[in-house]
Design a protein around this ligand. Structure first.
Ligand code: NDP
Ligand code: HSE
Length: 430
C-alpha cells in the first residue's frame, strides 16, 4: 500500500473538529481519490479536556501547536487556530521553512502574510494551500487559480461573509433583531472569534484581497481596501430596499482596469433580478468575469463545520496526489503591484437614507443639496412620523459619479434638519 500522508492538526474548534469527522466519515473514498490514505497523527488545541464529539485518543496530543512543524512523523500541517499573527503565523513559517506542506483556513493570515509564506513555499518547493480561507466550501480558489487560469479577469465580486449574509437575510425574512441573529451565527460556528471582523467587513476584505490577487495577478493588498460593514444598516433600510425592489447584501468588489486596482467591501442594494439577491443565509457567492470564459457564478455554503472542512480536506487530497503549484497562481515575483484606482471616478446609482425632523423645508434642503451637487433623483420614499418624532426619507439616485453623491452628503453635513447620520449604499448594476 502507498505511504499515508501524515497530517498534524492545530486547532480543534468548528473547522478542526469538522476535519476529523470528515476524514473519518469518507476515509475509504478519500483514499481512493487521493491514491493513498490521509492519516492524522498529531493534534493540538488549548483545552485538552474539552469534549469535541470525536475520538482524539488515537492521535498524539501536543500542548504547544508550534512544535508540530518540527516533527519527523508529519508531512503536512493543517492550521485551524486563526489569527493573522501569533501561533498560527509561527506555525506557518516554521512548517514551510522546514520544507513541509501547509494547509490553512486562515484568511486573516493569508491576507497579511500570504506573499511571504508563498515565497517560502516556492523556495522550499512545497505546497501552501488555503481553499477554505475564502467562501468556505466553494472551490473558488481552485476555480480562479486553475479553472480560469487562461483568462484575463476584469472583475471579481460577491458575498464573502456568511455571518453578515445570515444576519441580513434573517432581518429581512423574519424581521429578526441584529443582535439576536449575530448570537445565532456565533452559535452555529459561522462567526469569527472576534465577530466585529464579520460585521465590520474586515473578514470579507481579507477574502477579497485573496480573490483579487488570484484574479488579477496582483500582489495581495489589504491596505487599499475601502471597508464598510453592516453595523449601521437598520431594519428600515432593509424594508425600504425591499419596497424599491432590492435586497441588502454585503459585497466585496475587486476590479482591475487601466486606472489600477479597485477593492471595496460595502453593504449594497442588489436588484431582485440579480442572482446575488437570492443568495441567502450562510451561503456565499462569487462572480468572476474572464475575457474568454465570460461570467462565472460560484455559490455554496460559506461558513460552518461541514463546508469548511470539505475545502480543507480537498487541499489535503491535492497534496497527497503531489499537486503543488504557486499559491497565488503565479510565482510571487511575477505578481504586479498596480496603482490604486479611486472610487471618486466610479459611476453608479446610490441609495441614501436620511432620518430627519418633521418640519417644513427639510425635504427641500435635501433635494437642494443633491441638485447643487448635480445628483438626479430616480425615486424617493418618505415615511410618516415615527414614535420618536423622526421621518425617514429613502432616495435612489440616477447613475451619478460617486464623488457627486458624496458632495451632496458633504453639503448636508451639520444640517440641523438631520437627526442621524445619513446612510449611503451603492447599487449593484452589473
Ligand atoms: P474556533 O474558535 O472554533 O477554533 C479554534 C481552535 O483553535 C480551538 O480548538 C482552540 O482550542 C484552538 N486554539 C486557539 N488558540 C490556540 C493555540 N494558541 N494553540 C493551539 N490551539 C489553539 O475557530 P474556527 O474553527 O471557527 O476557525 C478556525 C480557522 O478557520 C480561523 O482562521 C477561521 O477564520 C477559519 N474559518 C472558519 C470558518 C467557520 O465557518 N468557522 C470558515 C472558514 C474559515 P480550544 O478548542 O481548546 O479552545
Ligand atoms: N466568519 C466567516 C463568515 C467564516 O462568516 O463568513 C467563513 O470564512
Amino acid at each position: 500500500m502507498s505511504q499515508p500522508l501524515r497530517v498534524a492538526l492545530a486547532g480543534l474548534g468548528t473547522v478542526g473538529g469538522g476535519v476529523v469527522k470528515l476524514l473519518d466519515a469518507n476515509r475509504a473514498l478519500i483514499e481512493r481519490r487521493a491514491g493513498r490514505p490521509i492519516a492524522i497523527v498529531a493534534v493540538s488545541a488549548r483545552d485538552r479536556t474539552r469534549d469535541r464529539g470525536v475520538d482524539l485518543g488515537r492521535f498524539d496530543w501536543v500542548d504547544d501547536a508550534t512544535t508540530l512543524a518540527m516533527r519527523d512523523d508529519v508531512d503536512v500541517v493543517v492550521e485551524l487556530v486563526g489569527g493573522s499573527d501569533g501561533p498560527a503565523l509561527t506555525l506557518a513559517r516554521d512548517t514551510l521553512g522546514a520544507g513541509k506542506a501547509f494547509v490553512t483556513a486562515n484568511k486573516a493570515m493569508i491576507a497579511h502574510h500570504g506573499l511571504e509564506l508563498a515565497e517560502t513555499a516556492e523556495k522550499r518547493g512545497v505546497a501552501l494551500k488555503y481553499e477554505a480561507a475564502v467562501a468556505g466550501g466553494i472551490p473558488v480558489i481552485k476555480g480562479l487559480r486553475e479553472g480560469m487560469a487562461a483568462n484575463e479577469i476584469s472583475h471579481v465580486f460577491g458575498i464573502l461573509n456568511g455571518t453578515c449574509n445570515y444576519i441580513l437575510s434573517e432581518m429581512e425574512e423574519k424581521g429578526s433583531d441584529f443582535a439576536d441573529v449575530l448570537a445565532e451565527a456565533q452559535r452555529l460556528g459561522y462567526a469569527e472569534s472576534d465577530p466585529s471582523f464579520d460585521i465590520d467587513g474586515v473578514d470579507a476584505a481579507h477574502k477579497l484581497t485573496i480573490l483579487s490577487s488570484l484574479a488579477f495577478g496582483t500582489a495581495v493588498d489589504f491596505a487599499s481596501v475601502a471597508i464598510t460593514g453592516i453595523r449601521h444598516v437598520i431594519a428600515a433600510d432593509i424594508a425600504e430596499a425591499a419596497a424599491l425592489g432590492f435586497r441588502v447584501r454585503l459585497l466585496g468588489h475587486g476590479e482591475a482596469s487601466e486606472k489600477g486596482l479597485f477593492q471595496r467591501v460595502h453593504p449594497c442594494l442588489v436588484p431582485l433580478s440579480h442572482p446575488l439577491a437570492h443568495v441567502s443565509g450562510s451561503l456565499n457567492a462569487v462572480v468572476a468575469h474572464g475575457n474568454f470564459v465570460g461570467r462565472l457564478f460560484f455559490q455554496g455554503r460559506g461558513a460552518g463545520e461541514g463546508p469548511t472542512a470539505s475545502a480543507v480536506v480537498a487541499d489535503l487530497i491535492d497534496i497527497a496526489r503531489g499537486e503543488t503549484g504557486p499559491a497565488f497562481a503565479m510565482p510571487v515575483a511575477a505578481l504586479a503591484h498596480p496603482a490604486i484606482a479611486s472610487a471618486d471616478d466610479r459611476r453608479g446609482r446610490a441609495y441614501l437614507r436620511f432620518t430627519v425632523a418633521d418640519r417644513p423645508g427639510v425635504l427641500a434642503e435635501i433635494t437642494a443639496a443633491m441638485r447643487d451637487a448635480g445628483v438626479s433623483i430616480e425615486s424617493l420614499i418618505q415615511r410618516g412620523v415615527a414614535s420618536d418624532g423622526n421621518v425617514l426619507i429613502a432616495i435612489v439616485t440616477h447613475i451619478s459619479p460617486e464623488r457627486a453623491v458624496q458632495a451632496a452628503l458633504d453639503r448636508l453635513e451639520g444640517s440641523q434638519s438631520l437627526t442621524g447620520k445619513p446612510m449611503l449604499m451603492h447599487i449593484l448594476d452589473e
